[in-house]
Design a protein around this ligand. Structure first.
Ligand SMILES: Nc1ncnc2c1ncn2[C@@H]1O[C@H](COP(=O)(O)OP(=O)(O)OP(=O)(O)O)[C@@H](O)[C@H]1O
Length: 252
């Protein structure tokens, strides 16, 4: 459902992503791993439309989406989360989802700020979608809680709910388990599995190798912007180039 064709991004003299090709099948969980500075975030930004590639193409369900703006990509069914979840800490969890949904699906803030009729008509649907997303991530009980009062793991779940509220078919998760403890990491992994089971294609960046090895169907390994390996967790674990560049011998 997602085809990456020889995607490259240069920042001045530095090639952050170098001719990377990949293919992600519907309903699968795909991890992108690699050392710091390998180009993982840049790769994500290229796919989700945050930045334009220097060359290469992104095909989403057969459609060329290269260089689309993030809000256009969201409307087509791509959603992403970020390493840190920016929430309005003084607003409720539900209001964060309602506002977040609008920011993701509209190109300007004007409608939101002016509160046009069209938006008021959409309010009910938007609220229903937000509640359904909260229910899916297991946070219905927190809908009226002020976002500043929830835990890091709950913030991660809110980030998932924010992404889900736009009805995506592809979900890009940037360090979904960053900064949470091992038990909470297991809970988040279960939630990611549930998302894939529901038909979503998941693509994630994560440094927690135990989680990745148990969760991912396929792993893509970047090093200095280049794809050095791609395969199942077992194949990646046994790949000498990956062990040398990233995993180290203790993981082998
Ligand atoms: N906007 C930018 N301008 C210039 N250089 C950049 C820019 N964004 C990223 N880079 C460089 O591109 C390279 C890849 O960075 P990127 O953030 O994609 O790596 P990463 O694998 O996500 O790293 P990390 O695991 O630390 O998040 C790095 O050398 C980084 O300094």
């Amino acid at each position: 459902m997602l085809e990456i064709e020889s995607l490259s991004k240069r920042f001045g003299g530095l090639t952050a992503v170098n001719a990377v090709s990949a293919s992600f099948a519907r309903g699968t969980i795909n991890a992108i791993i690699g050392p710091n500075g390998a180009g993982k975030t840049t790769f994500f930004n290229l796919v989700s439309g945050t930045i334009r590639p220097t060359s290469g193409r992104v095909l989403f369900d057969g459609r060329d989406v290269t260089g689309l703006r993030a809000d256009q990509a969201a409307r087509l069914g791509m959603a992403r989360t970020f390493q840190t979840t920016a929430l309005f800490d003084t607003a409720t969890v539900l209001d964060n989802l309602i506002v977040g949904h609008r920011l993701r699906t509209r190109s300007t803030l004007v409608d939101v700020i002016l509160g046009t009729n069209r938006l008021r008509d959409e309010e009910r649907i938007c609220r229903e979608k937000a509640r359904a997303a909260l229910d899916f991530v297991g946070l219905s009980h927190l809908e009226a809680r002020v976002a500043g009062d929830i835990s890091q793991e709950e913030r991660k779940r809110v980030a998932f709910a924010l992404a889900l509220s736009t009805d995506p078919t592809l979900l890009l998760l940037d360090e979904p388990a960053g900064g949470v403890n091992p038990e909470e990491t297991d809970g988040l992994a279960q939630l990611i599995r549930k998302m894939a089971k529901s038909g979503l294609t998941v693509c994630l960046i994560e440094h927690k190798m135990d989680m990745i090895m148990n969760l991912a169907d396929r792993i893509l390994v970047l090093n200095y912007g280049e794809k050095i390996a791609e395969g199942t967790p077992a194949e990646i674990r046994a790949n000498p180039a990956v062990i040398e560049a990233y995993l180290g011998t203790e993981h082998a």
